[in-house]
Design a protein around this ligand. Sequence first.
Ligand SMILES: *Cc1c(COP(=O)(O)O)cnc(C)c1O
Length: 395
Amino acid sequence: MSKVLQQFLVKNLTELQNHGLYNEIDTVETANGPIIRISGKEQINLSSNNYLGLATDERLKDAAIEAIGKWGVGAGAVRPINGTLEVHEKLEETLAVFKGTEAAISYQSGFNCNMAAIPAVMDQNDAILSDELNHASIIDGCRLSRAKIIRFRHSDMDDLVKQAKAAKESGSYNKIMVITDGVFSMDGDIAKLPEIAEIAEKYHLITYVDDAHGSGVLGHGAGTVKHFGLQEKIDFQIGTLSKAIGVVGGYVAGKKTLIDWLKVRSRPFLFSTAVTPSDAAAATKAIELMMESTEHCERLWKNADYLKSSLKKLGFDIGYSETPITPCIIGEEKTTQMFSKLLFAEGVYAKSIVFPTVPKGTGRVRNMPTAAHTKEMLDRAVSAYEKVGKEMRVI
Ligand SMILES: *Cc1c(COP(=O)(O)O)cnc(C)c1O
């Protein structure tokens, strides 16, 4: 290895370790269900994004296996050459129905979707108003577009108006977009979409909502935009197939002209092979199940309400979440990591999330209850929280 690289890596890795900011990655020895095994120890899993428990659902597994039998294991080419199989078309048609839009386009991941969609419509003569807490993939997609990025304070509508007005009146930009997460993953709060849509109308902004954590969760499963009844006001509805849907992939849902454009101008669609046939078939099955019944979604909310109220009763600071995402805010980074380690010893897997993912001093253990948890599992988790919380004098 080059000496320069070696010095860079050792210096920076050591620094992270010394500050308690180095994340050790655990290997999971089972499927990612409500109970997992790590290092030979069974754990109640409160860290997956598998909101509806679909990642291990037998009906999705059957759909995936059947698709492998019929279509093989790979798409074989990028979509515009001959990698568009019927299963991909079916997925996109199903997504459009699910989202209540004219059309949809699928990508290899939610992350990729933002790399694809933002630079396909925005360029160096444009500006993007971006919530300061937007997901890393939105930030990267914005950077890639080379548009001027104007951050507004988190969910602060006065600041958004001020910045939108200034950008509009400057006359410097051809197009201006406002972009936000639908649900913010670290605190679980919902974007103020009705206000954002109104501001967008007034200042002629393009509207872009990345609803990775809202789909399957809000709007009886259809997402944050549907939750507010704003399907006609939001230009881009971005989603992932890897969280509530339980598989892998991402998508944009919107007007047909938008999707037509993305099919000829978004680079990850043009230059990277599509998801496998089994991914497409399993994701389609998941969406069909979600449209047939809201049972999973209802169970998710019931479990989330139970976990939240139980932790709150014990005296934990669970922030201001409006969704199943349940942060337990501990504060200092090393204390937060220790808290998570002690939970692990008690058989509860809830990851600590610290700077730089969240601001310094707001370290938290984040809990993601799912539809697959039983009340008994949640009770065991809450008992572990009580024990560790008292031991560490957090409560
Ligand atoms: C998780 C997430 C993504 C990434 O989705 P993947 O399908 O896992 O790549 C993108 N945007 C937001 C807002 C997310 O929360």
